[in-house]
Design a protein around this ligand. Structure first.
Ligand code: ATP
Ligand code: MG
Length: 395
């Protein structure tokens, strides 16, 4: 067995009650991939992935013995979701590739952590961590993460041909963790294989585009995508590079849909359908096309707008209306000083007046909220309670 590259004390995440129970039941399990990268980078991991050298049937038996519930979320490829103390954890039995066609891998169980690391895409994503906080790092991911260097595990060209999504993932991690200029050999390998991107499903492509656009500053990554031909291959609608760069530079919220709408100025239902955006994403995109607030509006009107509409949407509308002119700057500065007002009443305040639970509760609340909005969202809780009592009496 290889030796750990470093031993951190167990990070606080490891003491999370659910994880500790899971680890007691499955002592050979390790944190793997992105979660280790995020812990080392001091970021909160998006999801907690675990892996074990034990085959799925042993995992199932150990969980049953420990009384831990699980969902067989992908048991045929060795993944189940354990539900412990209200949290869910993906546990995957380690696999090795037997064959691959550029999209799907055929895998077998019974691999070790080093073999698993070799299947992962980039060195910074190929580390694993034990419950004692020992980090195993077969490919130099600790040093690459520290240097902000995105390096393929193994030979870039071959790894991209196994799964063309890795060309997009390269730009995602470059945008998020890159501090050095992107590796020239990797860029050349990507450029030579751009045609393969057409084979990817729209869902996978959009998942990566969204994450690239959510990075604090994705301008260099998007420029790299344009230079390699990746952008034209996956997003020929991206005609708004200059506006996108101005938007990112303007300190607007790092909202991926707002950035998407700047990058693809004609983004509408057709593009949303082609990329298979979720309903929420479509709604968010459509909301960006609504009317922009007037930068010279009264404070009360802006507070109302802020209460009704998320900040990123308001800024997006204004951006689309005048793309970085001074008026936009004025509006952005004014909105930045106006937190979203919080309506001070809830359903229980209506119930406390003796109103029976039912649709009437929401209707009364709605009426007081309209009154509160009309007054510029300034009325205190006491004033709102008085208005609620008044509207009840007048019913
Ligand atoms: P996120 O913060 O979005 O969760 P992540 O790196 O954890 O980022 P996941 O999609 O959760 O991304 O994947 C978890 C891990 O699985 C990755 O860190 C990487 O090790 C491996 N992985 C994911 N997709 C690929 C891929 N296409 N090719 C090789 N390895 C991959
Ligand atoms: Mg992850």
């Amino acid at each position: 067995m290889s030796r750990p590259a470093l031993v951190l004390g167990p990070p606080p995440l490891l003491a999370a009650p659910g994880l500790a129970r899971l680890w007691a039941a499955l002592p050979r399990v390790r944190l793997v991939g992105g979660v280790v990268r995020d812990l080392l980078a001091g970021l909160a991991p998006a999801d907690i992935d675990l892996a074990t050298p034990d085959p799925p049937e042993m995992v199932v038996a150990a969980l049953a013995r420990a009384g831990i519930r699980f969902v067989p979320s992908g048991l045929d490829h060795g993944t189940l979701t354990a539900l412990v103390d209200g949290r869910s954890f993906e546990v995957t039995s380690l696999r090795r590739d037997v064959a691959t066609d550029g999209r799907h891998a055929v895998v077998a169980f019974g691999a070790d952590f080093a073999t698993d690391a070799a299947r992962r895409d980039f060195t910074l994503n190929a580390m694993s961590m034990t419950q004692e906080g020992a980090v195993f790092d077969a490919f130099g991911g600790v040093a690459d993460l520290a240097a902000g260097r995105i390096r393929f595990v193994g030979e870039a060209g071959r790894r991209i041909e196994e799964d063309f999504l890795r060309a997009l993932r390269f730009f995602r991690f470059q945008a998020r963790f890159g501090r050095e200029a992107a590796d020239a050999a990797a860029l050349a390998a990507i450029t030579a294989r751009v045609a393969g991107l057409a084979r990817l499903s729209a869902e996978r492509v959009w998942g990566e585009i969204k994450r690239i656009l959510a990075a604090p500053d994705p301008r260099a990554a998007v420029a790299g995508m344009a230079e390699t031909g990746v952008l034209a291959a996956v997003l020929p609608e991206a005609t708004g590079r200059a506006a996108f760069d101005r938007l990112v530079a303007s300190a607007a919220p790092a909202d991926p849909l707002l950035r998407f709408s700047a990058l693809c100025p004609a983004a509408g239902v057709l593009l949303a359908a082609r990329l298979r955006l979720s309903r929420e994403e479509r709604d968010a995109l459509a909301a960006l096309a609504g009317p922009a607030p007037d930068p010279g509006a009264e404070d009360d009107a802006l507070r109302r707008a802020r209460e009704e509409t998320p900040l990123a949407v308001l800024l997006g509308r204004a951006w689309r209306a005048d793309d970085g002119t001074p008026a936009w700057g004025v509006l952005r500065a004014r909105l930045a000083t106006l937190p979203a007002p919080v309506f001070p009443l809830a359903g229980r305040d209506v119930l406390a007046l003796g109103v029976a639970p039912g649709p009437a509760v929401g209707a009364m609340l709605h009426e007081v909220r309209r009154w509160w909005r009309a007054g510029g969202c300034r009325a205190s809780r006491e004033a709102c309670l008085a208005e609620l009592a008044r509207s009840r009496r007048s019913q």
